[in-house]
Design a protein around this ligand. Structure first.
Ligand SMILES: Cc1cc2nc3c(=O)[nH]c(=O)nc-3n(C[C@H](O)[C@H](O)[C@H](O)COP(=O)(O)O)c2cc1C
Length: 225
């Protein structure tokens, strides 16, 4: 696959075939992601790749705690809820996804079902927990570097026919992940990536989210044209 095909064709995958993904292929994808740049080449990232029973325990633990109303416990700084154009974009992609699946605006049950799907890591056969070295906690560089490697990872996955979705839902109940994935104390849990073979019959997988224009995002300085 050409670079442009990967970048322009990739989209978040939220419905998976149950087929397993081999350890060898995941190693290949991680190897393709790890040349990502990082602050002073610190490479603060680490990956816990989880499947089978441990992943099922995480799905169950996440679901149980979310249903019980246990407050979220992320291990990194979070801001207030989105407002203005950021909220508009959040709503726009949710509308696209709900539209694809046929969830009506007032269908609370189906909406709740959809949310719970995220806490189960979209029933993907594999979940990658991205962590970073706790000794670097506090500076924004390490989370930035994790974003770089995570993006490289999902693009590498796409280039091999695999689908993925970076998600916060998988790490909102971090003690569950910490326990069942055996996360080391010297690691901060950053983000979760669901990974597997895309189910082509799952309508939300076809959603192409919108992007603001280059014009909107970019300020050119010192150019003649
Ligand atoms: C930091 C981060 C957190 C995300 N968390 C979630 C999540 O919890 N649930 C979800 O369904 N998608 C999540 N996503 C996926 C985004 O919704 C998705 O990347 C965005 O809508 C753009 O769509 P695309 O990936 O299909 O291009 C997250 C993505 C990122 C980068």
């Amino acid at each position: 696959m050409q670079f442009d095909d990967v970048i322009l064709g990739r989209r978040s995958i939220r419905g998976y075939k149950p087929d397993p993904v081999s350890k060898g292929l995941i190693e290949e994808i991680i190897a393709l992601a790890m040349p990502a740049p990082s602050s002073m080449n610190t490479q603060p990232w680490n990956f816990y790749v989880i499947t089978g029973e441990p992943l099922n325990r995480i799905r169950a633990g996440n679901t149980e705690r979310m249903v019980a109303g246990v407050p979220q416990s992320r291990e990194f700084r979070t801001g207030p809820g989105f407002v203005g154009k950021h909220r508009d974009r959040q709503v726009a992609v949710a509308k696209q996804l709900f539209g694809a699946i046929g969830i009506a605006r007032d269908d609370k049950e189906m909406r709740q079902d959809w949310v719970m799907r995220g806490f189960r890591q979209f029933d993907a056969p594999v979940c990658v927990i991205v962590t970073f070295d706790r000794v670097l906690d506090g500076a924004a560089d390490a989370p930035f570097d994790c974003g770089a490697v995570a993006t490289a990872l999902i693009n590498a996955a796409w280039s091999r026919g695999l689908g993925a979705v970076i998600n916060s839902q998988g790490i909102m109940q971090s003690p569950v992940v910490r326990e069942h994935a055996g996360i080391a104390d010297d690691q901060v849990i950053m983000k979760s990536i669901a990974l597997g073979w895309p189910d082509e019959n799952f309508p939300a997988n076809a959603v192409v989210s919108e992007r603001k224009s280059v014009d909107e995002a970019t300020v050119f300085v010192g150019f003649d044209e």
